[in-house]
Design a protein around this ligand. Structure first.
Ligand code: MG
Length: 368
């Protein structure tokens, strides 16, 4: 089988809540996502999606996905998309870095491999390790009372795990954590994700002020070393996210006992091939994961579901159903949340079919 063409579409994903706000005043109102199709001489087409969280979250931005695809796509024509490691090695050889640009190309090749084999991607990733995947709901940064009220609203939709967006003023963040913890019920999970927004001094104040609470602290500071410093000051469970961006950073963090949980975002690490390797390293080292991506719609959510479904439940701290945050559906067959959980399709590949009326005309069309 050979890759004969690659197309991409730009799609706007507005939010039901209107605005998503996280640390340091960052916010997004309409997510800018890119859908990718990889076409083959076998008549099989693979689909994928990549959606950065704005331009300030990681070294990634929405227009960069499309600029990178224009650069990289012509160099994949003629390769066998079912040779996933060969395709990944080629992408790394011809374009240094930029894992988020490579991610949708890699994921579309997984979709092709599944369709060619007649198997769902969760089967190719190791098999159905759990029936339903427990989801968390991100609670956009607002005042403490409003965030507590939003938790109660999302509980009514079935969520039992909540990730607070903190990383603002330390005193306001302490109030946010206390106010939201006070409305939680037995068995519910609270994560305070600072998204790199605190200095070490601010993080030290927050973790000391909330040390009596059942709360998980996520990515307090920008750098690995700052996070490690905070980690060593607090007995609270600790997640690393932004700084765990490849196998090497994961290996170092495991060796340093730098976290209890890893937030594994598929596009952050370059696609499913690399995310699978990191997932397997986490499982082998006894480290649970939040399995998700930076953002996205139906196709990103489906991709998350396949990776999470093939991960043992005890190592799946949580996952994300981004397709229920937005107002636009871009594909059929995507996971549908039920009681705060989701499951991946049993159809071959990712099991999703683009809704062409939502995508419009392609912005990139490369063929031989
Ligand atoms: Mg995070």
């Amino acid at each position: 089988m050979k890759i004969t063409g690659i197309k991409a579409w730009q799609v706007d994903l507005p939010l039901k809540e209107g605005r998503y706000t996280w640390s340091s005043g960052h916010f997004v109102e309409i997510f800018d996502s890119t859908v990718v199709a990889v076409e083959t001489d076998a008549g099989i087409t693979g689909y994928a999606e990549c959606c950065p969280l704005g331009s300030a979250y990681l070294p990634a931005f929405a227009a960069g996905v499309r600029a990178g695809l224009a650069e990289l796509a012509p160099q994949l024509l003629g390769l066998d998309p079912t040779d996933l490691d060969v395709v990944n090695a080629h992408m790394d050889r011809v374009l240094s870095g930029h894992p988020y640009i490579k991610a949708p190309l890699d994921i579309a090749c997984w979709d092709i491999l599944g369709k060619a084999a007649g198997l769902p991607v969760w089967k190719l990733l190791g098999g159905k390790a759990q029936e339903r995947v427990a989801l968390y709901r991100a609670i956009s940064q607002r005042g403490s009372a409003e965030m507590a009220a939003n938790i109660e609203g999302y509980r009514a939709e079935g969520y039992r795990k909540f990730q607070l967006k903190v990383g603002g003023d330390a005193d306001a963040d302490i109030a946010r954590i206390r106010a939201t913890r006070s409305v939680l019920q037995d068995g519910e999970v609270l994560v305070a994700d600072a998204n790199t927004g605190w200095t070490r001094a601010e993080a030290a104040r927050v973790v000391l002020a909330v040390r009596d609470l059942d709360v998980v602290i996520e990515q307090p500071c920008p750098t690995y070393d700052e996070c490690l410093s905070v980690r060593r000051r607090t007995p609270l469970p600790f997640v690393l996210d932004e700084v765990i961006d490849c196998v090497a950073t994961l290996q170092r963090a495991l060796a340093d006992d730098a976290m209890d949980i890893v937030n594994l975002k598929i596009s952050k690490v370059g696609g499913l091939t690399k995310a699978r390797l990191m997932r397997d390293l986490c499982v082998a080292s006894g480290t649970p994961m939040t399995i998700e991506d930076t953002w996205g719609g139906d196709i990103v959510t489906a991709t998350i579901a396949h990776l999470a479904q093939s991960t043992p439940a005890e190592f799946t701290f949580s996952a994300t159903d981004f397709n229920s945050y937005g107002t636009v559906s871009i594909a059929e067959g995507a996971p549908v949340r039920e009681n705060g959980t989701m499951g991946a399709s049993d159809q071959p590949g990712l099991g999703v079919a683009p809704r062409w009326e939502a995508l419009g005309e392609p912005c990139l069309d490369v063929d031989r």
